[in-house]
Design a protein around this ligand. Structure first.
Ligand code: NIG
Ligand code: FE
Length: 414
């Protein structure tokens, strides 16, 4: 089946040969073709070019998108979108002055979501998450990583991961699954954290691996949560089952999590509010994608990650939504781009690289998604008629996505 998209005002993020990521100064470059066409065959990008070379195949479904921009669908490489209920009551506490750590210390936060999740059936959890999946497809997301981590015991972690598996099987979006058993220390283990880490290693990881429920493994390596030693033990245990790390690090302090992630060749280290010269040095020359989550920093009024320093040091950078009920209750990647520009002073070109190709790398998908490249999967955003690509992050609350194509199929948006 052939689909020809023609009269594209601008075809954005084109590649002649696939790159694994873009780094440093290159992040300011966004290859594009004005007045373009794009041919899709059997779900894959077959070819593209400028309208003066537009092909005229015999049997083709033509889509005329006059005035519209076409770009790769967003890759959201860090979310917790399988969760039960919501946490707007804590939002009130936060407004009245409590910090994220204070809320967590008194048993709120992640533990609050964990209690709710234990009371929610697998079917109900699936239905709640499905609504969020449809929501983010409408926001232009074509691939999403989803973590467990509100189970905090074997049974409920497996429940979450089975829901993620079911979402993989029943929705057109590409889903990557990450096991995050070490997300918070349950109350009953507060005086014996090592015992909980032992349980993650000896009970949870083997159970998750036996059902092949996870693609990656995560640890919340930060002040008040898991230590570097805990993190290294868990990453080592994961490696035995072929699970590579994608870890939460340096959100609340200089936790050593970035160095631990790099040491164990994590695919990404995420959050990164606390990054200094040592962390940058550790990341240089590594295969680990620094990933910043502007939605969480915005929602919690946290200090901002020094993204310009990282890019000036030649590092690549990805942005993701962190969609979760406690620190970022939104999966809108277009808004994440706007936050990248407004708060972090990234350029529109840089935020598009950070939310497409680089975030595809951060979920192990940059060889098949994240750019307009022959042979990659046709996961695309077709915008409404807009004056320029810069207009996307600029008009920061306007809904500018007209159509979304996933695996070559135009999706009916809800
Ligand atoms: O990425 N930092 C740790 N975990 C999540 C928050 C999860 C929650 O509060 O429910 C995050 O921000
Ligand atoms: Fe997170």
């Amino acid at each position: 089946m052939l689909t020809l998209i023609k009269n594209i005002k601008k075809l954005v993020q084109t590649e002649e040969s696939p790159r694994k990521w873009v780094a440093g100064k290159e992040m300011a470059v966004l290859p594009s073709i004005e007045n373009a066409w794009l041919l899709v065959e059997d779900g894959l990008i077959k070819d593209f070019g400028s309208m003066d070379t537009c092909p005229e195949p015999d049997e083709v479904h033509e889509v005329d998108v006059e005035g519209r921009i076409v770009m790769p669908a967003f890759c959201d490489s860090h979310t917790h979108l399988v969760y039960a209920g919501s946490r707007e009551i804590e939002y009130g506490d936060k407004i009245r002055g409590l910090s994220y750590e204070e809320i967590a210390k008194r048993g709120g936060g992640i533990l609050n979501s964990s209690k709710l999740l234990a009371e929610t059936s697998e079917d109900d959890l699936y239905e709640q998450a499905l609504v969020r999946i449809h929501e983010i497809i409408g926001f232009g997301t074509g691939a999403v990583e989803i973590k467990s981590g509100y189970g905090l015991d074997t049974e409920n972690e497996l429940k979450m991961l089975r829901v993620i598996k079911r979402l993989k099987e029943t929705t057109p979006i590409t889903i990557i699954s990450t096991f995050l058993g070490a997300h918070s220390i349950p109350m009953e283990y507060r005086d014996n954290q090592t015992e909980f880490v032992d349980k993650v290693i000896n009970e949870m990881i083997p159970a998750v691996a036996a059902e092949e429920l996870a693609d990656y493994i995560d640890v919340f390596c930060d002040k008040g949560f898991f230590t570097v030693e805990d993190t290294e033990r868990i990453l080592m245990a994961g490696m035995k089952y072929g699970l590579r790390g994608k870890i939460h690090a340096n959100e609340l302090d200089y936790s050593g999590g970035i160095q631990a992630g790099v040491k164990y060749n994590a695919l990404s280290v995420d959050h990164l509010e606390f990054v200094g010269p040592e962390e940058i040095e550790a990341l240089k020359g590594s295969e680990t994608m620094p990933t910043v989550l502007p939605g969480a920093a915005f929602f919690l009024n946290m200090k901002l990650s020094p993204v310009r320093e990282m890019m000036n040091a030649g590092l690549p950078l990805a942005l993701a939504s962190d969609y979760n009920p406690g620190s970022s209750p939104s999966g809108n990647m277009k808004f994440i781009m706007s936050l990248g520009c407004i708060n972090y002073k990234m350029t529109p070109e840089e935020v598009i690289n950070a939310t497409t190709l680089n975030s595809a790398y951060a979920m192990g998908l940059s060889d098949e998604l994240g750019s307009i490249c022959r042979g990659k999967r046709a996961n695309l955003i077709i915008t409404k008629p807009i004056p320029s690509v810069e207009f996307l992050p600029y008009a920061y609350t306007s809904h500018l996505i007209d159509q979304v194509m996933l695996n070559g199929d135009l999706i009916t948006l809800e």
